[in-house]
Ligand binder design. Sequence first.
Ligand SMILES: CC(C)(COP(=O)(O)OP(=O)(O)OC[C@H]1O[C@@H](n2cnc3c(N)ncnc32)[C@H](O)[C@@H]1OP(=O)(O)O)[C@@H](O)C(=O)NCCC(=O)NCCS
Length: 142
Amino acid sequence: MIQEAYDTADPTDLENRFFNASFSMTEERLDYLTLLDFVERLAIVCETVDGFPIGLARYGMRDDGNVEIAVVVQPEWRHRGVAALVLQDVIDAAVQNGHTTIVGECLATNLGACALMARLGFTQTAASDGVVAFSKTFDTEC
Ligand SMILES: CC(C)(COP(=O)(O)OP(=O)(O)OC[C@H]1O[C@@H](n2cnc3c(N)ncnc32)[C@H](O)[C@@H]1OP(=O)(O)O)[C@@H](O)C(=O)NCCC(=O)NCCS
């Protein structure tokens, strides 16, 4: 299902998601996206009532110990709050799993994604080579 979604995806969406205009799915990459331990790597799919997947958000642990979030929504389902909903669920899961610093990156040209991160309370921490970095820190003691 994931392979098919990427095979038929719009090239601009792939660039926005993977920062690579000539992105192609490899077996190794597919393993990374689908082998989840639900603590260091987790994904949540948003489906219609009849089971059609319309959005997917995930987090994965980076080498620096922070978790990085990412999201994609089917084009015909955008601008209805799906990304905000599924990303918030992923953020909540990350915090419940004890992750205190959550980060995300967007292409600077991806204004919708940058606005989404700001709406979710993330602060811009850096911008270089056309990529904007966002971060939000949570207090898991509460
Ligand atoms: C970026 C992306 C995930 C946004 O998905 P989305 O579901 O459209 O996002 P949301 O609906 O939560 O928010 C988008 C807009 O819809 C608006 N919106 C939210 N709920 C709404 C509703 N019920 N009715 C109308 N508009 C609504 C939001 O205010 C927001 O407006 P803005 O873009 O003008 O600021 C999507 O465009 C995408 O998949 N892009 C390709 C991959 C990508 O860029 N991923 C991000 C980097 S990892």
